[in-house]
Design a protein around this ligand. Structure first.
Ligand code: TXA
Ligand code: MG
Length: 335
């Protein structure tokens, strides 16, 4: 399982490859794997050294906590306190693109480094068959942030992961392109009021229909999700939102029946204006257009409804001014 070359190795997820990946994880190594949202960079959640390796490889601020991925709801119940709201959400949306932040149980074996010593832990049961097979083969919780360097665009193919971590001997299980394409919805249920920390494919309306009430996080909510770091999902080129006419040298991320005249290149998020299709193609599109040949990436307007909230959230952060905030070099230091 240890790749001989110092480069990432993309593996077809056969039974043997999954067993090898589980052994590598038990030995404290990192394994990248597909989920239905984006690719994750997995480590044994109970192994301090492996967790530190994730932060180091991603160059991620240590105050930014990780999600513990579990094989089923019972596994989540052994880690965190599941109240009635959480039970309803788990029953309705798991396995799937919903992460719940809940109080840690006293006996929770997940490394405290994974959540910067917080009394809470984020848990999610992913729906991708390869992710579930890996979790079952490993037999415990896996922490897995998106498999990109901190602050950069999340990966939705195995090749994206390999491109992020060139020069690193990392095993990557190939599950094809991710069907959803934006990271899971994150809901904080650790207090009396449920708050939406990160919009995703489980929409605000779907959450409210299930648990009745959902607030926006306040400025004092800790920790800040990277979704709350202003500049994130950042390509190298500037990003211009709500573009309705071309400027010289721009490439376009196009959505719906828009006029593409004058752009140097066009990447269609969705010709029909379908938010689900656009989400699945968003990060691939940002990567495809992020080239020196252009001076900026323009983006067509996208309605804020349903999955549009998650799309616009990621696009606003991709467009945010990087001078003011540099998530890759945080004040809190990197481990
Ligand atoms: O779809 C996804 O969630 C992907 C796949 C791989 O599962 N993972 C992912 O992980 O996006 P990451 O680390 O890139 O994002 C985790 C999000 C961050 O916004 C983080 O701040 C938040 O979850 N989070 C994790 N633990 C938390 C906690 N205890 N309290 C509040 N927010 C938390
Ligand atoms: Mg991420």
């Amino acid at each position: 399982m240890t790749p001989a070359s110092p480069e990432p190795t993309i593996l077809t997820p056969t039974g043997d490859a999954l067993d090898g990946a589980a052994r590598a994880l038990r030995a404290g190594r990192l394994v990248a794997f597909p989920t239905e949202t984006v690719y994750g960079l997995g480590a044994d959640a109970t192994d301090d050294a492996a967790v530190v390796r994730i932060y180091a490889l991603k160059r991620r601020p240590r105050f930014n906590p990780l999600i513990a991925h579990v094989a089923d709801a019972d596994a989540a119940r052994s880690l965190v306190e599941v109240d009635a709201r959480a039970a309803s959400l788990m029953a309705r949306f798991w396995p799937g693109p919903l992460t719940l932040v809940l109080p840690r149980r006293p006996e929770c074996p997940v490394s405290l480094l994974a959540a910067d010593g917080l009394p809470t832990l984020a848990v999610r049961q992913p729906a991708h068959p390869v992710a579930l097979a890996l979790l079952r083969a490993f037999g415990g919780p896996l922490v897995a942030p998106s498999a990109n360097r901190s602050g950069r665009v999340s990966p939705t193919t195995a090749a994206h992961v390999a491109a992020e971590f060139g020069g690193t001997p990392l095993a990557i299980l190939d599950g094809g392109p991710c069907a959803i394409g934006v990271e899971s919805t994150v809901v904080d249920l650790s207090g009396p009021v449920a708050t939406l920390l990160r919009p995703g494919a489980v929409t605000r309306d779907a959450l409210v229909a299930c648990i009745g009430r959902l607030d926006a996080p306040t400025a004092t909510d800790r920790p800040r999700s990277p979704g709350q770091l202003e500049s994130h999902y950042a390509p190298s080129l500037p990003v211009r939102l709500d573009a309705t006419a071309a400027r010289p040298g721009e490439a376009l991320l196009a959505f719906g029946p828009v006029d593409t005249a004058g752009y140097s290149e066009v990447f269609w998020l969705s010709r029909d204006g379908h938010p689900g299709e656009a989400a699945a193609r968003l990060f691939a599109g940002l990567r495809a257009l992020d080239r020196d040949a252009f001076c900026a990436i323009a983006v067509s307007p996208i309605p804020e409804t349903g999955l549009g909230e998650a799309l616009n959230d990621r696009l606003r952060r991709a467009a945010a001014d990087r001078e003011r905030e540099s998530p890759g070099v945080p004040a809190g230091g990197v481990i």
